[in-house]
Design a binder for this molecule. Structure first.
Ligand code: PLP
Length: 382
């Protein structure tokens, strides 16, 4: 199998699995228990917290573990609105966010919160000036993702967080796709709330974290215990959290080297595809991007049909967000970038990983060229 769907998820790396194993077995205790087993679990939990904090340069007590990136996005957005409860709230976000943000904002909107969804330009980038212009006296939160999951396009986070800071508004960024691929330092970037997820960085599924800058107004969404300093009730999944921390540590260590290698492979892959196949658009190519992601639209061909051809040859890719797979709707990200519904439906996301080789990509180009030629031939004779 040639796996080019690392933005959907990654395999657990062997050292991560090794770190997790003791917490399933001999160190199975509950971190809230006073007994010896509990103290060992608590030590594992706090070690993991310190490790993730070190990677993003925060204090350990600013890390809140959650059950996923989706939950961390919910906690950030709902939690801020709940903290401001009784006051009219306005949130500024973008039209290209992950559904964990978009659907949460939609839900809050139905309950009376005002929401502004900013457009993006044809490269998929939010304009900080538009953020500034959208603010109202009721704005309590700006939530703009760090890197888009479909295109890999990086957003001008520093400029936007500067605007938020100057107006005393909280700034949240969903950094699920940026973390481990580009440096995300909460102080340099002046971020108040930041979402992370383990399974995109060779950690386990079902664990995430929200960075919450000390003093930020945020109320819990889950109630039922005083875990995570009262910000997220529920017994901590220590094995997953320890694995998450190990994955973060490794990603941090290898980041510069991985980024250079992957960007070189990805760029050469795009060049080859454009040389071999006519009428290809590389989405977001002129914008800063994370190094592993390539989103391409192939005119007059259905994306799902391309995926089927690739799959038959053992190549895994996707049409966009894994969460939207199976949806008949064209990608909201592609539509926001100005693609027609048809072009949006003809888009494939290739996302490379640490083990992706030149040989994998050469083979993928050959299979892709063959598939597109066949599919275009079929549609021209239909
Ligand atoms: N945010 C972004 C940008 C994502 O790409 C994803 C997952 O694809 C999520 C949030 C959700 O993370 P999780 O799968 O941990 O719930």
């Amino acid at each position: 199998m040639i796996y080019l769907d690392h933005n959907a998820t990654t395999p657990i790396s062997p050292p991560v699995l090794q770190t997790m194993m003791p917490f399933f077995q001999e160190n199975f205790g509950n971190a809230s228990s006073f007994c010896r087993a509990g103290r060992i679990a608590r030590a594992g939990l706090e070690e993991a917290r310190a490790c993730i904090a070190a990677v993003i340069r925060s204090s350990p007590e600013e890390i809140v573990f959650t059950g996923s990136g989706t939950e961390a996005d919910n906690l950030a957005i709902r939690g801020v609105c709940r903290a401001f409860c009784g006051r009219r709230c306005h949130i500024v976000t973008s039209s290209i966010e992950h559904h964990a943000v978009l659907k949460t904002c939609e839900d809050l909107e139905e309950q009376g919160t005002a929401v502004t969804r900013l457009p993006v330009d044809s490269r998929g980038v939010v304009d900080p000036d538009q953020v500034l212009q959208s603010l109202t006296p009721d704005t309590v939160l700006i939530s703009i993702m760090a890197a888009n999951n479909e295109t890999g396009v990086l957003q001008p986070i520093e400029a936007i967080s500067g605007i938020a800071r100057s107006r005393g508004i909280l700034f949240h960024t969903d950094a699920v796709q940026a973390f481990g691929k580009v440096p995300v330092n909460v102080d340099d970037l002046d971020i108040d709330l930041m979402t992370l997820s383990a399974h995109k960085i060779y950690g386990p599924k079902g664990v995430g974290a929200l960075y919450v800058r000390k003093g930020s107004a945020i109320a819990p969404v889950l109630t039922g215990g005083s875990h995570e300093r009262g910000k997220r009730a529920g017994t901590e999944n220590i094995a997953a959290i320890a694995g998450f921390a190990k994955a973060a540590e490794l990603a941090g260590k290898n980041l510069a080297e991985d980024a250079v290698n992957m960007a070189a492979l990805r760029d050469a892959f795009e060049e080859q595809v454009m040389q071999r196949i006519a009428q290809v658009r590389v989405n977001g190519r002129d914008a800063p991007r994370v190094p592993n992601t390539s989103s391409m639209s192939f005119a007059s061909v259905d994306g799902e049909s391309i995926l089927l051809h690739l799959d038959l040859k053992g190549i895994c890719a996707s049409t966009g967000s894994a969460c939207a797979t199976g949806s008949a709707q064209p990608s909201h990200v592609m539509r926001a970038m100005g693609l027609s519904p048809m072009d949006a439906q003809s888009t494939i996301r290739f996302s490379l990983g640490r083990d992706t080789s030149q040989g994998d990509l050469d083979f993928t180009v050959r299979v892709l060229a063959d598939a597109i030629s066949k599919l275009r031939h079929i549609s021209s004779t239909a």
